[in-house]
Design a binder for this molecule. Structure first.
Ligand code: HPA
Length: 235
């Protein structure tokens, strides 16, 4: 047990797939894993451990934002000896250069957040994916015939804002999309010497207000789920 996860030691696999939404974790467990056990449901943040093609994998939610993914990823890395976390999330596109359903493999996450500085003394405002997961995702995408675009993204603390202009940090670091978690995940992994990657599906185009409907979401996210599961086999 850790402060926010009630699984016993040994009940969490070395590789964790991490959607934001607990119900998405349940969907993956129900549709892709066998021999599944619900190992934690503290705060309804579900963690399931099961097998994918014979390999033990845990899938569990991060919740939204840096504080939430910061807590779960830290406890998984430090109290459950997790080696690799692959976040699988959605993002908004800042321009129509990206299309709905595009899949991104995050190279670096840029943020105005002070999370990394005050947690670990990391002064940089852009942090790379950590370890080997990013390369394994690229390799797996190729094998599956998927286009997973390697790109920088903006990790923001803010979903709603007054100014519709693309934030300065996103322009500076050439970030075509925004989400709210990768920067803190990468910061924790950098500090602890662990593997961390983030795969994103474009769920909304911010300037045109297009978005993936609830009905389209399931199939759209299945592609990303399969990419992460197949990548997990390589650890
Ligand atoms: N902003 C931040 N995070 C997001 C968005 C967005 O527009 N879409 C999906 N995650």
């Amino acid at each position: 047990m850790s402060v926010h996860i009630s699984a016993k030691k040994g009940e969490i696999a070395k590789t964790v797939l991490m959607p934001g939404d607990p119900l998405r974790a349940k969907y993956i467990a129900d549709n892709f894993l066998t021999d599944v056990t619900l190992v934690s449901q503290t705060r309804n943040i579900f963690y399931y451990t099961g097998k994918y093609k014979g390999k033990e994998i845990t899938v569990g939610a991060s919740g939204m934002g840096f504080p939430s993914i910061g807590i779960y990823s830290y406890e998984l890395f430090t109290e459950y000896e997790v080696d690799t976390i692959i976040r699988i999330g959605t993002c908004g596109a800042y321009s129509t250069d990206l299309k709905l359903f595009d899949i991104l493999n995050v190279e670096k996450a840029a943020s105005e957040s002070t999370y990394a500085k005050f947690a670990w003394g990391i002064e940089e405002d852009i942090i790379s994916n950590q370890g080997t997961a990013f390369d394994k995702i690229n390799e797996t995408a190729k094998e599956l015939g998927l286009d997973a675009k390697a790109t920088n993204i903006h990790s923001s603390d803010i979903f709603y804002r007054k100014d519709p202009a693309v934030p300065e940090i996103a322009v500076r670091y050439n970030c075509p999309a925004v989400e709210m978690e990768a920067f803190a995940l990468f910061a924790n992994a950098q500090h602890l010497g662990k593997n961390a990657a983030t795969i994103l599906t474009v769920s909304d185009i911010i300037p045109t207000h297009e978005f993936i409907s609830a009905g389209q979401r399931e199939q759209a996210l299945r592609t990303m789920m399969e990419l992460s599961l197949e990548t997990a086999l390589k650890f």
